[in-house]
Design a protein around this ligand. Structure first.
Ligand SMILES: Cc1cc2nc3c(=O)[nH]c(=O)nc-3n(C[C@H](O)[C@H](O)[C@H](O)COP(=O)(O)OP(=O)(O)OC[C@H]3O[C@@H](n4cnc5c(N)ncnc54)[C@H](O)[C@@H]3O)c2cc1C
Length: 500
């Protein structure tokens, strides 16, 4: 008996149809799935993720010490109380997300190991056709969906941003990127250089310093940090008073957000005073002999880049103890045994770790085609950083950078559910956003104003991102305080929404 020929990969199954397809099972995608089941229980939906499990950022990042840099009271979902310490490890965040999945029976809606490779919109059928490849078998699957909810994050998980330095190939030891940390990397008793001064470097260094011979943080320029105890005093007090956890969650979130708003205003109104305060705390940890001026006095205004929280000042304690040190300089080239710096100084290392940030990949490296034409995302204009001109029936969750990402993921989810219900009520099968007559002369600007927020990974990718206008509805303003009132008030009958 002859074996049946294998089906061609592209035609292995009939397309499976869902009302909504969610791309990504990170904190945004799992949140989206939760809100859909609660607010639109009649909708069928599927979550696809290329990883082996849920979590996104918290699943893929495996470097020692990996933890949040903002508090989990606000990074956690609005609907599920966070009961642990404010700064949480990746494992704690994954456990929390796992509970959300289990408590709400979401697992049956999620398929892992499915990498979405293309998304094709047809205005004739008012339908997305999504092609995915199984990462384990290579099988190609086709899905159709009325609505695409993009929760794919904003950077490539498989590869961090590695600048190219002269002589990299000459270095004898391992050169690794924190984002793809080899689990068998043996750093015990070794001299390690960590290149970078952002949240990743600040997390990684105290986590490995105790085991290494020495860790050097090599930075081009200093970064702001906030330090404090990893305890929320208000939450602890409310707990002592035996207040219900749901109440504690809400009260503590409001208090944190209130304090953050005041802090953000101060960063704009009196940046020099805030900078002095933040640097003063570092000075207290490191002592008057330490060159804080050179290593911990940033050149930019506080809040132009995210400010990482350092629980219990652990990074500075490592420096004080002599286990870690900071060098502020630039790399001239790699040598066999380490780095030659622009100042002429040499740094020896057994291992070099690049904590040099992300590669932004807008739209999850998915090839988008709209009515037969390949999409040029940068040519679109964004509606509040979540919808895009010329991209019907699609919303992208792009959270906050300064405040917690998830605050916005929850708000966008409310919007999507409201939009879906509105479309059903109006008998519409297609919605797109379009500039109104009053928007026609609107200047079109880059996605984010670099005067406002300018980390390197955003600046490197600005040419790939949609443009914004100068009116609130055509911007992602990164301001939770204005959006929390604006989002629920969005008029779905406004001429910016075109229904068919
Ligand atoms: C180390 C680190 C620490 C951070 N700490 C904080 C913090 O404390 N507070 C904060 O607010 N933000 C933090 N961030 C930013 C963080 O990424 C976001 O807050 C948030 O986790 C993003 O969630 P997400 O679900 O939108 O995207 P992600 O976490 O990026 O998840 C996206 C998921 O989509 C999947 N996906 C992407 N493309 C495809 C495709 N083509 N096919 C199938 N699946 C796909 C990915 O596999 C991934 O699982 C941190 C980021 C990093 C890297």
């Amino acid at each position: 008996m002859s074996a049946k020929p294998a089906l061609p990969e592209t035609a292995s199954r009939e397309p499976q149809h869902f009302d909504v397809l969610i791309a990504g099972a990170g904190i945004s995608g799992i949140g989206g799935a939760y809100h859909l089941t609660k607010q639109c229980p009649e909708k069928t939906f599927l979550v696809l993720d290329m990883q082996d499990s849920f979590g996104g950022t918290w699943w893929t990042h495996r470097y020692p010490g990996i933890r949040s840099d903002s508090d989990l009271h606000t990074f956690g979902y609005r609907f599920k109380p966070w009961t642990g310490p404010p700064i949480a490890t990746a494992a704690e965040i994954l456990a929390y997300m796992g509970e959300v999945i289990e408590e709400n029976d979401l697992a049956r809606h999620i398929r892992y190991k499915h990498k979405i490779v293309s998304a094709n919109w047809s205005s004739r059928d008012k339908l997305w056709t999504i092609e995915a490849t199984r990462t384990d078998t290579g099988e190609r699957l086709t899905f159709t969906a009325n609505f695409l909810w993009m929760c794919q994050g904003y950077y490539r998980h498989s590869q961090g941003y590695m600048p190219q330095w002269a002589g990299m190939e000459n270095f004898k030891g391992p050169l690794v990127h924190a984002e793809t940390w080899p689990q068998d990397l043996d750093y015990k008793g070794r001299k390690v250089i960590v290149i970078g001064s952002g949240a990743t470097a600040a997390t990684l260094i105290p986590a490995i310093a105790g085991d290494c011979a020495h860790v050097t943080m090599l930075q081009r320029s200093p970064t702001f940090f906030i330090t404090g105890r990893n305890v929320n005093d208000l939450a602890e007090t409310l707990r002592q008073l035996q207040i219900d956890e749901a109440w504690i969650h809400e009260i503590v979130r409001r208090k944190i957000l209130f304090d953050q708003a005041a802090f953000t205003h101060r960063c704009v109104d009196e940046p020099d005073v805030v900078a002095k305060e933040l640097i003063g705390v570092v000075r207290n940890y490191l002592g008057s002999d330490y060159d804080v001026e050179r290593h911990f006095t940033p050149k930019y205004r506080p809040w132009r880049q995210r400010i990482a929280f350092i629980p219990d000042g652990d990074l500075f304690k490592g420096i004080s103890a002599g286990k870690a040190s900071v060098v502020t300089d630039e790399i001239e080239r790699f040598t066999e045994t380490g780095l030659l710096l622009k100042s002429g100084k040499r740094l020896d290392a057994d291992i070099v770790v690049a904590a040099t940030g992300f590669n932004i990949n807008v739209l999850g490296d998915i090839e988008f085609v709209i009515d037969g034409k390949p999409l040029v995302f940068a040519d679109t204009v964004t509606y509040r950083g979540m919808m895009f001109t010329g991209m019907p029936n699609l919303v992208w969750v792009f959270g906050y950078f300064r405040a917690s990402w998830t605050l916005r993921a929850d708000m966008v989810a409310d919007f999507v559910c409201r939009l879906l219900k509105h479309m059903d009520g109006a008998g519409a099968r297609k919605v797109s956003v379009a500039l109104r007559p009053q928007d026609e002369d609107m200047p079109l600007l880059p996605w984010i104003d670099p005067e406002n927020f300018n980390p390197g990974y955003m600046m490197r990718a600005m040419h790939l991102l949609p443009r914004r206008g100068d009116k609130p509805e055509w911007q992602h303003n990164q301001d939770y305080w204005s959006e929390k009132d604006q989002f629920p008030a969005i008029d779905l009958r406004d001429a910016a929404f075109v229904y068919e």
